[in-house]
Design a protein around this ligand. Structure first.
Ligand SMILES: O=C(O)[C@@H](CO)OP(=O)(O)O
Length: 206
């Protein structure tokens, strides 16, 4: 029984590089992002992981990361399910704005609250709680059954959609999730117990 769940955030995107709020906007990977995706594939291969199914969002940066990673890891034809439930948090009116400009306009503290708090949404956008309210049911009903059936499952998604998932998987509090960051292109490997709790966690850093 493998019961393995791998989470990976997409590689660096063009808008990560330009320091813009991205959310549901759809920039492509940078060259560095492409490299990060390949490196993630190498590490998964070295760890001996062979996937049964993949899940990703409706956004190009996550889909392309998954595709590049699977090519490197040797599973380019893997069955892949895309769903917008795994999309990045909707940044609302902040989408497309420069993060430093936003800090100048609204102040460091306010921007940090919008970016990392649990339940304060950015103007017109989703809080992490709102994001979790679509990510978690999708995980429970669609992804988790594949893992608990003994599978090895990969999810390629986004900084905040994965923070919402990690928060629920690890039982983190709203205070604890503020400090949690998910690095681009670094796979997190969870082994689950039969009762769906986390048995172990390994972060495959370079
Ligand atoms: O802009 C975004 O969509 C996210 C992820 O890149 O940014 P942040 O880390 O500020 O939540």
């Amino acid at each position: 029984m493998s019961r393995t769940l791998v989470l990976v955030r997409h590689g660096q995107s063009d808008w990560n590089l330009k320091n813009l709020f991205t959310g549901w906007r759809d920039p492509d990977l940078t060259d560095k992002g492409v490299e990060e995706a390949g490196a993630a594939g190498e590490r998964l291969k070295a760890a001996g992981l062979h996937f049964d199914i993949a899940f990703t969002s409706n956004l190009s940066r996550a889909q392309r990361t998954l595709q590049l990673l699977l090519e490197t890891q040797g599973q380019s034809g893997l069955e892949t399910i895309r769903n917008e439930a795994l999309n990045e948090r909707d940044y609302g009116e902040l989408s497309g704005l420069n993060k430093d400009d936003a800090r100048e306009k609204w102040g460091e503290d306010q921007v940090h609250i919008w970016r990392r708090s649990y339940d304060v949404p950015p103007p017109g956008g989703e809080s992490l709680k709102d994001t979790g309210a679509r990510v978690w049911p999708y995980y429970i009903h669609t992804i988790q059954p594949k893992v608990l059936a003994g599978g090895t499952v990969i999810v390629a998604a986004h900084g905040n959609s994965l923070r919402a998932l990690v928060m629920a998987l690890e039982g983190l509090s709203p205070e604890e999730i503020v400090a949690a960051e998910i690095a681009t292109g670094v796979p997190i490997v969870y082994r689950l117990n039969a009762d769906s709790t986390v048995a172990s966690k390994d972060v495959l850093e370079a």
